[in-house]
Design a protein around this ligand. Structure first.
Ligand SMILES: [Zn+2]
Length: 106
């Protein structure tokens, strides 16, 4: 694909999400961060991220997921494919989970 990448638009929710993620700091942005930045619920953020991942791929970009981890024992949810925050740690059953963070990389 050699078509030029269109400029990021801030006028749609997904465009706003993409713009936020493209300028995300090193540790990425959580669904909670994105929810307050864009003004939609955390659940909607997860839905949009699933679609955004596909459209980013088409532009040669990548949605990087920094996995959730357990605050209690340090377990990393790195094999998790969903964008929502895990409910509990499979290792120690703690519900104190550091949520996943996201950013866009090329
Ligand atoms: Zn744990």
């Amino acid at each position: 694909m050699s078509a030029p990448v269109p400029p990021v638009r801030g006028s749609t929710v997904r465009g706003a999400l993409e713009a936020a993620l493209a300028s995300a700091p090193e540790p990425g942005l959580t669904a909670k961060d994105l929810s307050s930045m864009v003004g939609i619920s955390e659940k909607d953020v997860a839905d949009h991220l699933a679609h955004l991942e596909k459209s980013l791929k088409a532009q040669g970009l990548r949605l990087e997921v920094l996995p959730a981890s357990c605050i209690q024992c340090g377990f990393s949810f790195k094999d998790r494919k969903r964008f929502t925050r895990p409910g509990a740690c499979p290792e120690c059953r703690s519900t104190r989970i550091d949520p996943p963070a996201f950013r866009v990389t090329s």
